[in-house]
Design a protein around this ligand. Structure first.
Ligand code: GLU
Length: 268
C-alpha cells in the first residue's frame, strides 16, 4: 500500500512538472508577473546605462517595456552579449531577447524570431582622414568587431584579407580603434552611430562606405511557442499603429523614420 502511494505521488508530480513545462510563455510570464528580457548594456541608443539615472535605457529596452505592459507584467532585464544571447534564451534564463540581433535562418534553427522590428545594415567606422573609404581598403588591416555577431562573419566575406579581431562588446572594439590597435570597427550602422555620438570628440570619426550586409533585427523568442510569437508580433503591429514605434525611433535615433520604411503590418 505504502509503495502504491509513493508511486502514485511520483506519477502525479511528473504530471504536474510536465504540465508546467508545457505551459506556454504567455501563461508563464503572467504567472511570475515579470517579463525577463535579454538586452545589451553597452550599446548606445539600443541598450545602455544612462549616465545620470544609472538605469538601462534605449530603443530595445523600450520595446521590452511595451510588450511587458501589454502582458500586464513588469520588466526585468538581464544583460547579454552577442555570443551568449541565444544560449541564454535556449536555457530559459530570459523570456525574450531584444539586443540588436539580426534574424537569420542559421540562428532560427535554435530559436524563433519576431517580425523585423528594426532595419539596418553593416558599415565601418574609421578615423577621419584615415584614407579608408570601404571594406576594400581593409586588406591586410586589423578590424575590430564582436564575438558571435553577424558582423564578424560578414567582414570576412567582404574582405577576406582583413585581420578580424573580435571583442566581447562594441565599446572595447572602439577603444582599440582609438588606441590604434585596429584601423576600423565594423558592425551595424546604428551601433556605429551610437559609438561615434557617445565619444567626447565625435567629429574625429566617420562611418564609411556602402552597406556590407543587410541586418534586419528580430526579437529572439523561444523555439516553437507560436502563441507567444503571435502575441509579440501583434504588440509590434499595435506599437506601430498607435504611434509609439515612430516616437521611440525619433527619441533614440534622433531623426524621423526613413521614408517608406514600415514594419510588416498584418490586417487585424
Ligand atoms: N545585428 C548584428 C548581429 O546580430 C550585429 C550586432 C550585434 O552584435 O548585436 O549579430
Amino acid at each position: 500500500m505504502k509503495r502504491l502511494v509513493i508511486i502514485l505521488a511520483l506519477v502525479l508530480s511528473f504530471m504536474f512538472a510536465a504540465s508546467i513545462a508545457s505551459a506556454g510563455k504567455i501563461e508563464d510570464v503572467k504567472a511570475k508577473g515579470v517579463l525577463t528580457c535579454g538586452v545589451k548594456d553597452s550599446v548606445n541608443l539600443f541598450g545602455f546605462i544612462d549616465a545620470d539615472s544609472k538605469e538601462l535605457v534605449g530603443f530595445d529596452i523600450d520595446i521590452c517595456k511595451y510588450i511587458a505592459s501589454k502582458l500586464g507584467v513588469k520588466t526585468e532585464f538581464k544583460v547579454v552579449t552577442s555570443k551568449n544571447r541565444i544560449p541564454m534564451l535556449v536555457q530559459g534564463s530570459v523570456d525574450m531577447v531584444a539586443a540588436t540581433m539580426t534574424h537569420k535562418f542559421s540562428r532560427d534553427e535554435q530559436i524563433d524570431f519576431s517580425i523585423t522590428y528594426f532595419m539596418d545594415g553593416q558599415k565601418i567606422l574609421v578615423k577621419k582622414g584615415s584614407g579608408i573609404a570601404s571594406a576594400a581598403d581593409l586588406a591586410n588591416k586589423k578590424v575590430g568587431t564582436v564575438k558571435g555577431s553577424t558582423s564578424e562573419k560578414n567582414i570576412k566575406n567582404a574582405q577576406p584579407k582583413a585581420h578580424v579581431i573580435s571583442y566581447d562588446e562594441y565599446p572595447q572594439a572602439f577603444m582599440a580603434l582609438k588606441q590604434g590597435k585596429v584601423k576600423a570597427v565594423t558592425t551595424d550602422s546604428g551601433i556605429l552611430a551610437g559609438l561615434k555620438a557617445g565619444d567626447d570628440n565625435p567629429e574625429k570619426w566617420e562611418i564609411a562606405g556602402e552597406f556590407i550586409a543587410s541586418e534586419p533585427y528580430g526579437l529572439g523568442l523561444p523555439q516553437n511557442d507560436s502563441a507567444f510569437r503571435d502575441f509579440v508580433n501583434k504588440c509590434l503591429n499595435e506599437m506601430w499603429l498607435d504611434g509609439t514605434y515612430q516616437k521611440l525611433f525619433k527619441k533614440w535615433m534622433g531623426y524621423d523614420l526613413p521614408e517608406g520604411w514600415t514594419i510588416e503590418l498584418w490586417p487585424m
